[in-house]
Design a protein around this ligand. Sequence first.
Ligand code: AMP
Ligand code: GLY
Length: 422
Amino acid sequence: MDILVIGGGGREHAIVWALAKSPKAGTIYCAPGNAGIGKLAECVPIAVSEFDKLAAFAVEKQVGLIVVGPDDPLAEGIVDAFDATGIPVFGPRKNAAEIEGSKTFMKDLLHKYGIPTAAYAKFDNYEEALAYLRQQGAPIVVKADGLAAGKGVTVARTIEEAEQALSDIMQSKVFGDAGSRVVIEEFLEGQEMSILAFVDGETVKPMSAAQDHKPAYDGDQGPNTGGMGTYSPLPHIQPSIIEEAIETIIKPTAKAMVAEGRPFCGVLFAGLMITPDGRPKTIEFNARFGDPEAQVVLPRLKTDLLDVFLAAVNGTLADLELEWSDEAAVCVILASGGYPASYPKGIAITGLDNEQDGTIVFHAGTSRDTDGTWRTNGGRVLGVVGLGADIAAARAKAYERAEAIAFEGKFNRTDIALKALQ
Ligand code: AMP
Ligand code: GLY
């Protein structure tokens, strides 16, 4: 079966890599893909926002399945836009993707169904929001309602910081329409974890839990990024807490979406806080694989990913058991100097072609010259994954390979997965 994967980052490289292992996979197309993905798939120069062109391409190539990676096209209704093609699509429809696309929708849903999350209030009026902020005091969390490339959330330690964030969102409109409404939320303390699950309607098949590192620098310092590194599983988190999160948060949410007439098909990704009393609470929901969560979870999945996707789109996920490898995985992101602010592109990368056992390099932002030279082409450039018997072994592998890759301005965190070892 030929497949079209939509997206062009490290997450999509991991998806393509896992699909390529399936004996049932024929040609894999990836739009737009990237230079690394190009080793496994045929990259197609169509942007993720060009729904009509993507649909026409899928029909022309008679693909049997379309897989959507990124959040923006999902929120904009790409899955609905493929309806006329009759081709099955792995990914939620627009009305289900709203669980990520609108924080007020997500918070209201969880509130309505009694699913654990931080206390909140929502506003579309600046003065009222400001009065509420002042009344609540810091620490407090201010969130733009819509998608803001992962930058719409401010965890404010002081009231001044909170007021600045509110003014940026609602008055200066730094996130445009995504900031016409805000959610102001109770600050939750604790340890974060991500649980991703394959979902079709009420059926939930959880993946192995993972942890991301969002701040740019060691010790969780610096500006927030899309994610600087991940690991899976989480040996330091009690299995009973993970189980509780699945039973009290993810399954009830999938059920609530069905009850609301918005059945979810795809990957439902819960960002959770384990509060000091040991209870998991929801921070956010995403309607897709995490990036770089996919890079550590998919290499550990022993079940054929194409079988999983097909079961989800056929509504037979309940009959499938997921099998996981005992190995641990750690992903270290190599980023361009300047990221997450502005950074140069086109810098030559060396050391990429020296394969090392127990490692995989997923490309997030690279290009390749006709003479074979690899170049940087994004803020997050590469995700270097190490696999090993435990987190310590996987971590050592990842860093060994990461150090063998060089480009001017390259930086990475040096403390990925350390929390699991302390
Ligand atoms: P989000 O974009 O919703 O994932 O939020 C980005 C980050 O902000 C999360 O990964 C958390 O670290 C932090 N965050 C969001 N909401 C809260 C909250 N209510 N309490 C504490 N931290 C939060
Ligand atoms: N790594 C976080 C995300 O994909 O949202």
